[in-house]
Design a protein around this ligand. Structure first.
Ligand code: FAD
Ligand code: EPU
Length: 336
């Protein structure tokens, strides 16, 4: 049955799909129609529907957390539809620290491995023991080890070889009993011998000061990835822009802050219809309403063109964009 998707993705553009399946039990996947096109959806905080979607949306809403105590850690088995932040809060409240730097990231546990969520010096992969998924072709449950997930910066096998092949049903996270805080990020360095609870609270305060709450102002978090560039290009850019924030990746590459590039290109507050480059964080696009997918596409192209013109850096969007039939990518000079 047709269903409005506006409240099922946090960027909240008007959109409808042809069929909507809510999955409360993994068994329901056996009888779900996966004939194309289909789109797997958690809480829609990294997905934008650009127009009406001519296919089925499969909304993962399975619940359940099992905690297995081991000698030196806690192994958590978590259903895909659990809310990520509630999971983090539960672990902190129950003396199972580790996930505190990843507090307040919106979305479901099942989506977390897809882009290997990360914030404030920590990425999900650090804690992954396994990821279990429903294999659409064989209708069986399979399990990947952390290594098999091919995690990278905002990347995993679920965006490549297993794209449209796998519905993540459960994630296994191993939280070591020996807590090793990661306090490298600015505001965390000011804390002296903090408890996990204090780090958790500081992360929440920091995020609330920078990132708009999607329930108050529609957005999808960082819209673009921080680009990874070669050393030689960074050296050239630093001659003109010595303030450019940059982070070591490997001997040949650095990551640079896309929010800084966009702000310095003069785009903070730039608007296309109701879509705006956020005033507090230029990497975030917000939707004040009365906007369409075409407005968003025009905005993305404009930001990409301005950044290319000024720095010769091609920005890639981090957010998954879905057109009438499939995921699409907006790139400089072309869109697919
Ligand atoms: P959805 O948007 O529903 O889905 C995302 C992708 O995963 C889609 O391609 C979907 O098909 C796929 N998918 C979802 N569930 C499954 C499943 N069970 N099986 C297979 N595929 C699935 N991200 C960060 O990494 N770090 C941040 O700090 C961060 N901050 C954010 C702040 C804000 C305000 C917002 C709005 C977003 C932020 N994000 C951040 C992005 C987002 O929170 C994450 O990408 C999150 O994991 C998305 O979860 P979701 O359930 O909403 O995913
Ligand atoms: N900056 C500016 N102007 C801006 C925005 C940022 O100059 O408008 C500068 C900041 O001053 C800082 C640097 O850029 O020097 C980095 O900014 P920030 O620490 O706010 O983080 P970010 O690189 O913009 C990334 C992630 C976020 C994650 C934070 C914290 C990506 C694409 N984004 O943002 O993830 O929460 O770091 O670790 O990697 C998301 O993926 O949706 C997301 C919010």
């Amino acid at each position: 049955m047709a269903q409005s998707l506006q409240s099922f993705h946090t960027f909240s553009l008007p959109s409808q799909c042809q069929h909507f399946y809510q999955i409360d039990e993994v068994n329901q996947l056996l009888s779900t129609d996966f004939s194309a096109p289909f789109c797997i959806l958690g809480e829609g905080s990294n997905t934008v529907f650009l127009s009406d979607y001519q296919g089925s949306v499969i909304h993962m809403n399975t619940k359940g957390i099992d905690i297995e105590q081991q000698n030196d850690g806690f192994l958590l088995h978590i259903a895909a539809g659990e809310n990520w932040h509630q999971l983090v809060a539960m672990t902190i409240a129950n003396d199972m620290p580790g996930l505190e730097n990843l507090a307040l990231i919106p979305g479901t546990v099942g989506a977390a491995p897809v882009q290997n969520i990360g914030a404030y010096g920590v990425e999900l992969e650090k804690f992954v023991s396994y990821v279990e998924y429903f294999d659409i072709a064989t209708k069986t449950i399979k399990r990947l080890t952390k290594g098999e997930c091919q995690f990278g910066y905002r990347d995993s096998i679920f965006k490549h070889a297993l794209k449209n092949q796998a519905v993540i049903t459960q994630v296994g996270l191993l939280l070591p009993k020996k807590w090793q805080p990661v306090l490298s990020y600015g505001p965390l360095q000011l804390l002296s011998e903090p408890s996990p609870q204090q780090v958790f609270e500081q992360i929440i305060t920091t995020r609330n000061s920078k990132l708009p709450n999607p329930s108050e102002l529609a957005n999808a978090g960082s819209f673009f990835k921080n680009p990874v560039i070669r050393n030689e290009q960074l050296a050239l850019l630093l001659k003109s822009y010595p303030e450019l924030p940059h982070y070591f990746v490997d001997a040949e590459h650095y990551k640079v802050a896309a929010g800084w590039l966009i702000e310095q290109a003069g785009l903070k507050g730039f608007k296309v219809a109701g879509i705006e480059v956020h005033q507090q964080q230029a990497l975030v696009l917000v939707n004040h309403g009365n906007s369409t997918g075409d407005d968003l596409i025009a905005m993305v192209k404009h930001v990409q063109q301005q950044v290319w013109h000024k720095y010769q850096i091609a920005l890639q969007h981090e957010v998954r964009l879905i057109n009438a039939e499939h995921e699409c990518h907006i790139e400089l000079g072309a869109s697919s």
